[in-house]
Design a protein around this ligand. Structure first.
Ligand SMILES: [Zn+2]
Length: 96
């Protein structure tokens, strides 16, 4: 597999994982700024459950993971560290 293809797949898997996290309520989208943030810091339990459920049920959303649960839960774990606890733009406004 060429490097660019690999990167494309990584990005695709990330987008899917964000969708799973949004559905599970792990990530929220700010209604004002459309920014993603992590409202339940480090509480990834619901997202892990949903991820396993989707893979077990062969949901088309997670098809690119090719039944690799570990890969999906690893990306969920990374998301927990990646987003701030509230919308960064709202936070900036409240400090101003
Ligand atoms: Zn906001």
């Amino acid at each position: 597999m060429r490097h660019e293809d690999d990167q494309f797949l990584e990005e695709q898997l990330r987008v899917i994982t964000i969708e799973v996290a949004l559905r599970a309520g792990l990530l929220k989208k700010c209604p004002l700024h459309e920014e993603l943030f992590d409202a339940q810091k480090y509480d990834a339990e619901a997202a892990y459950k949903l991820a396993n459920y989707l893979i077990t049920n062969n949901d088309p959303l997670v098809e690119p993971f090719n039944k690799d649960r570990r890969r999906l839960t690893d990306i969920i774990k990374n998301l927990c560290y990646e987003f701030s606890a509230c919308c960064p733009l709202c936070e900036k406004n409240s400090l101003a």
